[in-house]
Design a protein around this ligand. Structure first.
Ligand SMILES: [Zn+2]
Ligand SMILES: [Zn+2]
Length: 390
């Protein structure tokens, strides 16, 4: 069992209320106006100056207590475009087709709880920035905040993030130094042949056959060009072409995703895709255009800050409950853009109660309220450890 975190009862109750209110009123990328209002109002009541409008709906609050180092703590505000199911819970989504299916409602509540505790006790010398970012799921709100000058307006020595994970039992944390989540890229390949009668393929260039060969050839990137101890995923997830039985279409479009754990492997996969597209095009006399779009980079934790995060977590749950060498995940996270600008670390907080817990992005998922105090206590422990005592 972990030691009971030091968060006071009234703050625990506030966290529960914020979490459920935000859950019931989910908003997606850059439309988190109500959520941002809830956050801004709570922070203002704590007496913290706030800044609004970075990446449209972002909120940043600053707690300064004398001179000292500066630390930035980040939570995400957005929900998913999915329908919540399994609902006799009182706080079920009131918005059809939108749901807090990733627990960002809980992340926001935990960081607000930490802000409330730190604003009340001011147990440090220095500055804490509380960053509430929009649009984590697909739209890169973290990137937009950074591009709009997040760390120019709010300079920080280091930045920290946290995500809940139902697959990890409650009372545990997990982290690793280096790459923790994958580089996420997408691609679109347009195959242009020469449309013809389905009975007379010799009069055209069959874009369907070219596309089929591309699907197979792309699978040789991971199996034949990437080393067995390196990691990459290349998935063609869409094929669009043709309208009827007896016409060979002029054009077929393929789309898909690439995930890697290393920037060098990412470059290698992209180069190999281009090579294959050009080669297959030349073989058939078709045109094959590759549009390779880089998405979220990997979350890369820096060693010193990873150790700091692990120590803060261990101070609450004990060293044996903090896994400091979890394998990297092939999922992605736009906190990566903040880590490209500042040293920092992203930690997983366990939220699991049993084997049947729905995973994140499942329509039956719900953030586990039992971890709200522990999450807030983690932020508090990290601040107290990283900034000198008041
Ligand atoms: Zn998510
Ligand atoms: Zn998430």
């Amino acid at each position: 069992m972990y030691r009971d975190p030091e968060i006071a009862d009234d703050i625990r109750q506030s966290m529960l209320a914020w979490r459920r209110d935000i859950h019931a009123n989910p908003e997606t990328a850059f439309e988190e106006h109500r959520t941002a209002n809830v956050v801004a109002q709570a922070l203002t009541l704590m007496g913290l100056p706030i800044h609004r409008g970075l990446a449209t709906t972002g909120v940043v609050a600053t707690l300064k207590n004398g001179e000292g180092p500066t630390i930035a703590l980040r939570a995400d505000l957005d929900a998913l475009n999915m329908q919540e199911l399994g609902g006799n819970k009182p706080h079920i989504s009131t918005c059809r087709g939108k749901m807090h299916g990733c627990g960002h409602d809980g992340h926001t509540a935990m960081l607000l709880g930490a802000a409330a505790h730190l604003a009340r006790h001011k147990p440090f010398k220095g500055t804490v920035h509380f960053i509430f970012q929009p649009g984590e799921e697909n739209e890169g709100g973290g990137r937009v905040m950074v591009e709009e000058g997040l760390f120019d307006k709010f300079p920080a020595d280091a930045v920290y993030g946290m995500h809940n994970y139902p697959g990890l039992p409650r009372g545990r944390f997990a982290i690793r130094t280096g790459t923790m989540t994958a580089y996420l890229d997408t691609f679109e390949i347009t195959v242009t042949g020469k449309g013809s009668h389905g009975a007379m393929p010799e009069t055209g260039i069959d874009s369907v056959v070219v596309a089929a060969q591309l699907v197979n050839a792309l699978q040789t990137i991971v199996s034949r060009r990437i080393g067995a101890t390196d990691s990459a995923v290349v998935s063609v997830t869409q094929i669009h072409g043709g309208d009827t039985w007896n016409v060979i279409p002029e054009e077929v479009v393929l789309r898909g995703t690439v995930r890697t754990l290393d920037a060098g492997i990412q470059d290698k996969v992209q180069a190999a895709m281009l090579h294959i597209c050009d080669g297959v095009a030349a073989t058939h006399g078709a045109r094959v255009a590759l549009n390779y779009m880089r998405g979220y980079p990997g979350v890369v934790n820096t060693p010193k800050e990873t150790a700091a995060a692990a120590t803060a977590a261990a101070s609450l749950v004990g060293e044996d409950k903090v896994d400091t060498n979890i394998p990297p995940a092939m999922g992605s996270e736009d906190f990566a853009f903040m880590l490209q600008k500042r040293p920092g670390a992203y930690i997983i907080i366990g939220g699991g109660e049993g084997a049947n817990d729905p995973p994140v992005h499942n329509p039956y998922y719900d953030f586990n309220d039992a971890i709200l105090p522990l999450g807030a206590a983690y932020w508090v422990a990290l601040v107290k450890q990283q900034l000198p005592a008041a």
